[in-house]
Design a protein around this ligand. Sequence first.
Ligand SMILES: Nc1ncnc2c1ncn2[C@@H]1O[C@H](COP(=O)(O)OP(=O)(O)O)[C@@H](O)[C@H]1O
Ligand SMILES: Nc1ccn([C@@H]2O[C@H](COP(=O)(O)OP(=O)(O)O)[C@@H](O)[C@H]2O)c(=O)n1
Length: 224
Amino acid sequence: MKIAIDGPAGAGKSTVAQLVAKQLGFTYIDTGAMYRALTWLAIEQQVSPEDEQALLKLLDASAISLEQQSHGQLVLIGNREVTNEIRRPEVTRHVSAVAKHAKIREQMVQQQRQLAEQQHVVMDGRDIGTRVLPDAEIKVFLTASIEERAKRRFKEWVEKGYQPDLEQLKLEIAQRDKMDSERKASPLKCADDAVVLDTSGLSIEQAVEKIVDLYRKQTDSPHP
Ligand SMILES: Nc1ncnc2c1ncn2[C@@H]1O[C@H](COP(=O)(O)OP(=O)(O)O)[C@@H](O)[C@H]1O
Ligand SMILES: Nc1ccn([C@@H]2O[C@H](COP(=O)(O)OP(=O)(O)O)[C@@H](O)[C@H]2O)c(=O)n1
């Protein structure tokens, strides 16, 4: 069973997908973490996000992997754990430039499909329903207004101890969405057969419940 959750930045994908996975006993896979790990590495090794060949070399030389633990997903580069570091604002600013390269995406997609073959998954990203798992049984396009998404990020960053600027955050989110939607290689878009779920007026719990309901309707199984 595969549940694909796509959508723009800050829509609540990882929060909601993680809780859906927990409720159903599935494995949660955050594909954005893989693009973030490569971006983190590129920054560390001073490789330009525009240099596809150099990024490919970096990707080949560095085993990026996701490890599922009871408390969440760990992101590893070789033996090095980078789960928290890849969330840094600097990585966020450059990740869409790294993720636009077709050959980089091919390799990431291959790895993501392998993960989904081994277990029941809830996978979130930008191209899960359209490219990575086009045959997913349930596809959700999770979205929310840009104002709502910027406010959520603002709150999250304040809680992490940063001092963000709301307007700047809104601008960065809009820029990232634009790059993700306009790139040639599997852009961010809603799959034709996805259910659109606007979370602007929903609590996290309500959004989770709506997806779990979709699963129940699909499988007709009240006790997963
Ligand atoms: N329905 C919701 N209502 C309020 N806040 C939410 C909702 N969904 C997610 N959030 C909050 O918004 C922030 C961004 O969510 P996140 O899951 O990181 O989004 P994404 O993975 O789509 O970028 C998090 O701090 C999360 O707790
Ligand atoms: N399947 C995916 C997942 C992420 N990405 C890229 O990786 C970036 C970071 O993804 P993310 O899911 O961590 O982003 P947030 O919305 O959580 O900030 C996105 O802005 C995309 O550029 C992608 O291209 N395809």
